[in-house]
Structures are given as structure tokens and as C-alpha cells.
Design a binder for this molecule. Structure first.
Ligand SMILES: NC(=O)c1ccc[n+]([C@@H]2O[C@H](COP(=O)([O-])OP(=O)(O)OC[C@H]3O[C@@H](n4cnc5c(N)ncnc54)[C@H](OP(=O)(O)O)[C@@H]3O)[C@@H](O)[C@H]2O)c1
Length: 357
């Protein structure tokens, strides 16, 4: 039976769930497709589980339990400290799976592709670095990245399918931040922004510093990846993202920012009221057309699919030459470890099915 070797970088929330799902699925995948998925190495930010041959399942499970309890991979019996995960890649082809949120992986990943490896990414950063890096990773079809926008939802594959079959993009409109979707729903329910942000922070819906969500930068990265998937050779700086806070609130510490949230309440209450007066809904929308992209709070007409969105779900609306009168819409949960890991596993399986074909 054909063996598909996997080197997985990142064993955080998504990474450990991926290990669980992959180990549970590989028997059925072997029966269905005639290949066996084998972990050759698993890495975190400081160490790796690696032996030079496929890792025994019991060692992987034990290391994942220890990792979940807060240990590092370097401390596990089959583990060791590493300087860089690049040295873990074998001579022969493997699938490199990046489930970190780390910067700077575009260079090593591009070298991996050049060396004949395949890549699967949940990490948006390698694809939202320079355009040349995106090309190096994706041009030969060696890299899959479905979960970088919309988590487990079929967003990238839908877009690629449309374009590959000769359709032409008119416009993508998307709400792709669960956190900002939650805030929009709270604002529409009459909750002041300060209360909504503090609640989201307390419930763990935001990053530790909520400005990482409120800056719109994460949405801009996803919009850039979708634009680049359409062949648009843009950089992150070409996609202005409207932040939810003023420049002076960008410059203060996190606790000061949280204490000054009331300063934003009046402005946001006015924007909600203005939208309501127009019979529209307020949504944080990424818009990509062949000419430009933007990310910001927009009034969307009540008839638009985005207006029907409530809370943290994502929605992607594709208007194309073929889907001109009614857009093609993909909607559902756009975050969560389980659905994200499942999306990464689907990318690994799709990759494995083409290896050696
Ligand atoms: N959670 C979601 O719903 C979701 C949805 C779509 C996409 N994603 C993406 O999935 C990725 C992983 O998310 P997560 O929630 O699992 O993150 P996480 O819990 O923070 O885990 C990140 C993992 O990456 C490791 N890591 C960081 N820098 C590294 C480096 N330079 N080399 C090797 N390993 C490194 C960390 O190591 P340590 O354990 O040593 O810190 C950790 O194991 C992110 O890019 C995220 O944006 C997540």
C-alpha cells in the first residue's frame, strides 16, 4: 500500500484536533483509496516528535495528551528540541501541514514545494506575505489552503471551481469574522459597543487584545487570499481595512483601550440608527472586485444575503458572469477547531489522492 508521509507544524487547538481526526480516519481512507497516512514528524514552536520512520500511534497519542496538558513536544519521550522545522522534511516527498499562526514560513514552505513536497495550510500568513511568495507556493498546484478563509466551509474550492470552469468574477462580498459578526448582531439588538466588546472578550470570542479582531487585519488577509486566488497580484497594503477604533486608541495599552471603549459607543449607535433608517443592516464586509478590494462596516440592503446573517456565522457571496442574477452563496460556521481540522484533513486527503497519480 502507498504511504503518504506527513510533517505537521503546529499542535495547538486545531493541530491536536487534526491529529485525532486523521488517526481515526486513516483506516477508512486506506480501504477507500489504497494509501496510508503516516506522521513522520510533528512540531511545535520549540520541539518535535520525530524518529526518522513513521511515528507509532501510541507515541503520538501520548505526546498529544502531554501537549494538551501544557508540556512541549521536546519534553515527550520521542521528542527533541529543534531550531527549525525545515530540517524535519525528508528526502522523499511528503505533505507539509502548517497549522500554526506563525509569520515567516513562506520561505521554508516555498523551498519545500521546490523540493517536491506538497503543502496544506490553515495558516494565512504564508499566503498573505508578498505576491511572489503566493505564486511560489501555489503556481504549480502543490498547495491547498481551503481553511484560510471560512474555516471548513468550501470557499476556496468553490471559487477555484468557478474560475477553472471559465466563469469570470464580478464581485465577492463576504462576512468572514465570527467575532465581528457577533458584535454586529449585538449592536443591532441595541447593545452598546463597549458592552458587546467586553462580553465578547470575557467569553473568549476575541483575541486576547480585541484590537487584533477590531483592526480588520485578519479579514483583510482572507480577502487578499481570495483576491490572489482570482489571479489578482495584490499586496496586503492594497486592501484598506477600516478599524473599529481611532488611531489614538491604537496607541494605548490593552487595559487602557478596554477602559476607554465607551468613547466609541455614540458613533456606533449612530451608524446602527442610520442603517435602520435606510432599512439596511450593518455588516463588516470584505468586498473583492477585479479592480479593487476593501474591508469595512457597510450598510447592506435588507434583500442582500448578508443582511440575513445573524451572529458569528460566515457568508460568502460570489457574483460572477454565470451567477449574475443571483449570487452563489456559501454560508455556515466559519470558525471552530473541529470544522477547521476537518477542512485541513480534507485538503490532506485531496492532496494524497493526487500524489503519484
Ligand atoms: N481556530 C479556528 O477556528 C481557526 C479557523 C481557521 C483557521 N485557523 C488557523 O489555524 C491555525 C492554528 O490555529 P490554532 O487555534 O490551533 O492556534 P494555536 O492553538 O495558537 O496553536 C498554534 C500552534 O503552532 C505552534 N507554533 C507557533 N509558531 C511556530 C513555529 N514557528 N514553528 C512551529 N510551530 C509553531 C504553536 O506551538 P506551541 O504549542 O509551542 O506554542 C502551537 O502548537 C492559525 O493559523 C489559525 O488562524 C483557525
Amino acid at each position: 500500500m502507498k504511504t503518504i508521509s506527513i510533517v505537521q507544524i503546529g499542535v495547538g487547538g486545531v493541530g491536536r484536533e487534526l491529529v485525532t481526526q486523521l488517526l481515526a480516519a486513516r483506516g477508512a481512507l486506506a480501504a477507500r483509496y489504497g494509501f496510508r497516512l503516516e506522521y513522520l514528524a510533528l512540531a511545535d514552536s520549540a520541539g518535535a516528535l520525530v524518529s526518522g520512520t513513521p511515528l507509532p500511534e501510541a507515541a503520538i497519542q501520548a505526546a498529544m495528551r502531554a501537549k494538551g496538558a501544557g508540556d512541549s513536544l521536546a519534553a515527550s519521550p520521542a521528542g527533541r528540541a529543534i531550531q527549525s522545522w525545515e530540517a524535519l522534511l525528508p528526502e522523499g516527498p511528503c505533505v507539509v501541514v502548517d497549522v500554526t499562526a506563525a509569520s515567516g514560513h513562506e520561505g521554508p514552505l516555498a523551498r519545500a514545494v521546490a523540493a517536491g513536497h506538497r503543502v496544506v495550510l490553515a495558516n494565512k500568513k504564508p499566503l498573505s506575505a508578498a505576491w511572489a511568495d503566493f505564486v511560489a507556493l501555489t503556481a504549480g498546484g502543490a498547495t491547498r489552503y481551503e481553511t484560510t478563509a471560512g474555516a471548513g466551509l468550501p470557499v476556496v474550492s468553490t471559487l477555484q471551481g468557478l474560475l477553472d470552469s471559465g466563469d469570470a468574477l464580478t464581485k465577492i462580498e463576504a462576512a468572514m469574522s465570527g467575532t465581528l459578526g457577533y458584535l454586529c448582531a449585538e449592536l443591532e439588538a441595541g447593545v452598546p459597543l463597549s458592552t458587546a466588546v467586553r462580553a465578547a472578550h470575557r467569553l473568549g470570542y476575541t483575541e486576547p487584545d480585541p484590537r487584533d479582531d477590531l483592526s480588520g487585519a485578519d479579514v483583510a488577509r482572507k480577502a487578499l487570499i481570495l483576491a490572489r486566488t482570482c489571479g489578482l497580484p495584490w499586496e496586503l497594503a492594497d486592501i484598506p481595512a477600516e478599524p473599529w477604533f481611532s488611531p489614538d486608541l491604537a496607541a494605548v495599552g490593552r487595559d487602557v483601550f478596554m477602559g476607554r471603549l465607551e468613547e466609541l459607543d455614540e458613533l456606533f449607535a449612530a451608524r446602527v440608527a442610520a442603517a435602520r433608517a435606510e432599512g439596511a443592516a450593518l455588516r463588516y464586509v470584505a468586498t473583492v472586485t477585479p479592480g479593487r478590494a476593501s474591508v469595512g462596516l457597510k450598510m447592506v440592503p435588507a434583500t442582500h444575503p448578508l443582511a440575513s446573517l445573524r451572529g458569528p456565522d460566515n457568508l460568502f457571496s460570489f457574483t460572477t458572469a454565470r451567477y449574475a442574477a443571483q449570487p452563489l452563496v456559501v454560508r455556515g460556521p466559519g470558525a471552530g477547531q473541529e470544522v477547521t481540522a476537518a477542512g485541513v484533513l480534507a485538503d490532506i486527503v485531496a492532496t494524497a489522492r493526487t500524489v503519484g497519480a
